[in-house]
Design a protein around this ligand. Structure first.
Ligand SMILES: *[C@@H]1O[C@H](CO)[C@@H](O)[C@H](O)[C@H]1NC(C)=O
Ligand SMILES: *[C@@H]1O[C@H](CO)[C@@H](O)[C@H](O)[C@H]1NC(C)=O
Length: 335
């Protein structure tokens, strides 16, 4: 009994998120850069002119650009129950922070519907839900189907509600899986919103390996998502400051959002947002030694450029909102 408990605890340490891991199946082999480019959409890496060292500052932090934060709120992927959904939290933070950057920091922060991705993407063979996934699953889903915000669905850390459709060979979530509303007096009380406000991606793909390409992408366009290897020392032992891995951990099992970089007491670091709640690390963030591929952080990063055109049409008055159907064209709206 005691042995089983120890084993269970070790198993948890080894599987924070299963980024790239697929339950009991072996993790697919790491992809080459060319294979990742082949999975991309409208691949537009930052041009080499932007990569000149003199165009990139010594430190950068999207949480503090001349005193302003361009980051949307932090999340905890593990409530109301454990779910290996780091892949979607880190990737959606990248998209919603880049939306905030596109807004120039003005207006209301967009919080994307994590639950819709969790319950719908596996139907299209994009991710394995709470058992793991990749940034390309998130960006690929958003490119194909678009994603509403959390006003359509709250996070449940549960991927099971629509999984039966996959067994029936259905690859697209019904409207009930994408946006719902409940209204007193309405029959049925809860109903699907056919046309909610959604966001997409115009371009996504891998960031070339290494510090310079990562910095150029972050500085020019916004935060990126990277895979890392974790381990007990980081998960349970991190108490602030720059984390340096002394265990040579290489088993990649987690995805995080890199929001900037700097140097502390002579040690260069990446500033990283985690998705384990603000009670972990430094307000939910941590610093990781930079330039040494610590925890494999400089090997497998992805960018995405958000598509906010639907929001713009609503702001311009071309689309108007409604309780029954969601967004409708202004000239077709009932008065
Ligand atoms: C998902 O994968 C299964 C098994 O390989 C396949 O039969 C199915 O057609 C795929 N569905 C989609 C939407 O790609
Ligand atoms: C980690 O790698 C370094 C450099 O190869 C080596 O000196 C060190 O002993 C390794 N540490 C562990 C715990 O394996």
């Amino acid at each position: 009994m005691k042995g089983a408990l120890v084993f269970a605890a070790l198993a948890v340490f080894a599987m924070e998120c299963e980024a790239g891991g697929y339950g009991d199946n072996p993790r697919p082999a790491a992809k080459t850069f060319e294979e990742k480019v082949a999975m991309s959409y409208n691949y537009e890496p930052i041009g080499s002119n932007d990569m000149r060292a003199n165009s990139i500052p010594d430190s950068w932090d999207w949480n503090d650009v001349d005193g302003n934060s361009y980051l949307a709120p932090s999340w905890n992927q593990h409530i109301p129950k454990y779910c290996g959904s780091c892949w979607l939290h880190s990737s959606l933070s990248v998209v919603q922070d880049r939306i905030k950057i596109m807004h120039g920091g003005d207006g209301i922060d967009v919080m994307l519907a994590r639950q819709v991705l969790l319950q719908c993407a596996p139907l299209a063979n994009l991710s394995n839900g709470c058992k793991g996934g990749e940034p390309s699953d998130v960006f690929g889903y958003m490119q194909k189907y678009n994603l509403p915000d959390e006003g359509c669905f709250v996070y449940k850390a549960d991927d099971t509600d629509f999984m039966h459709l996959k067994k029936e060979g259905i690859s697209e979530c019904p409207a009930e899986g994408r946006c719902v509303n409940c209204m007193t007096g309405h029959k049925p009380e809860c109903y699907a919103i056919e046309n909610p406000l959604t966001y997409g991606v115009k371009s996504f793909g891998p960031v070339p390996e290494g510090e310079d390409a990562m910095k150029a992408e972050i500085y020019n366009r916004g935060p990126i998502v990277c895979s890392i290897a974790t381990g007990k020392a980081l998960d349970y032992g991190y108490r602030g400051g720059v984390f340096i891995d002394v265990n040579n951990v290489t088993d990649v099992d987690h995805d995080i959002e890199v929001v900037g970089w700097g140097e502390e007491d002579g040690v260069p670091f990446w500033k990283i947002r985690n998705s384990w709640g603000t009670f972990w690390g430094e307000l939910g963030f941590f610093k990781l030694r930079r330039g040494t591929n610590e925890l494999q952080v400089e090997k497998d990063c992805w960018y995405a450029v958000p598509d906010i055109s639907m929001e713009k049409e609503m702001l311009d008055g071309k689309l108007v909102g409604s309780m029954e159907k969601g967004l409708v064209k202004k000239d077709e709206a009932e008065l």
